[in-house]
Design a protein around this ligand. Structure first.
Ligand SMILES: C/C=C/C(=O)SCCNC(=O)CCNC(=O)[C@H](O)C(C)(C)COP(=O)(O)OP(=O)(O)OC[C@H]1O[C@@H](n2cnc3c(N)ncnc32)[C@H](O)[C@@H]1OP(=O)(O)O
Length: 242
């Protein structure tokens, strides 16, 4: 589900769950522990198995009556994001394919993102479901004003466009480039890097921690509306029928 391998003094964490690395509760809750488990590594690369980085939260589990999205998935996503922010060493996202919705958010919570292919973006509104506050904070932190376009137009950006808005750097040789970038980031003394990272993330960290247990009440309200459940079922049916 979350594989750890060593490449020299860098740890590579690979999201590995089904064909699109959908984020279920187990995967999200495993991430903070996996980061803690590689605390001795000089740097971390986060990537996806197969041809996808991650297609976002596991909509099938939610649609099947799995753990409730607002009460359980959102806090788990927030905790995973905060663990990426809090990890004192460099964390590089190697975006090896589609990184959508929650997948985009996890990549955006890394210090640096390299992308080789696929698309990246926030697809919640295209699925007809409400956009939660924590992803909004992470994305605003990562791309500034471009967050409006990502959230409201729900575009799936190819890497060239994602590069243009400052979300990713492009790579044609992803893992070697990600490892090289991770190593380059270790040039600063560890305690100096850790302090800079803490300073950089402090405002977003505070807002996310404050929202971890309770999102905007409007999100919960819309999520439980029958019309939203219908749209989610329709979205899943369209996915299955492609
Ligand atoms: C509040 C909630 C927020 C959200 O998370 S909103 C939704 C966010 N996610 C998305 O919008 C992404 C939806 N997925 C896709 O657009 C596509 O997939 C991809 C572009 C990622 C990949 O396309 P391709 O390579 O053609 O694969 P495939 O046939 O569409 O999917 C393979 C299997 O994976 C399932 N799947 C795709 N996304 C999810 C998901 N987010 N959660 C759970 N399952 C997912 C499909 O249904 C299918 O399954 P089967 O093989 O049984 O037909």
């Amino acid at each position: 589900m979350l594989e750890t391998t060593e490449h020299g003094d860098t740890a590579v964490l690979t999201l590995s769950h089904g064909p699109v690395n959908a984020l279920d509760l187990e995967l999200l809750t495993a991430l903070p522990g996996a980061l803690a488990g590689v605390a001795d590594a000089a740097a971390v690369v986060l990537t996806g198995a197969g041809g996808c980085f991650s297609a976002g939260v596991d909509l099938k589990r939610i649609g099947d009556g799995g753990p409730p999205y607002v009460a359980e998935f959102l806090p788990a996503l927030s905790t995973a994001v905060l663990a990426l922010f809090d990890h004192p060493r460099p964390v590089v996202a190697a975006v090896n394919g589609h990184a959508l919705a929650g997948g985009c958010v996890l990549a955006a919570a890394c210090d640096v993102r390299l992308m080789s292919g696929g698309t990246i973006g926030l697809t919640e509104l295209a699925a007809g479901v409400p956009f939660p506050t924590v992803p909004l904070e992470v994305m605003r932190h990562a791309v500034g004003p471009a967050v409006g376009r990502l959230v409201l137009a729900a575009e799936r950006l190819p890497r060239e466009e994602a590069h243009r808005i400052g979300l990713v750097d492009m790579s044609d040789d992803l893992l070697p480039d990600a490892l090289a970038r991770a190593t380059a980031l270790t040039a600063a003394p560890p305690e100096v890097y850790a302090l800079a990272k803490r300073q950089l993330h402090a405002p977003a960290h505070e807002r996310i921690a404050a929202r971890r247990e309770q999102d905007d009440p409007g999100v919960e309200q819309l999520w439980s509306a029958p019309s939203t459940r219908d749209r989610l079922r329709g979205f899943l049916a369209r996915l299955a029928g492609r």
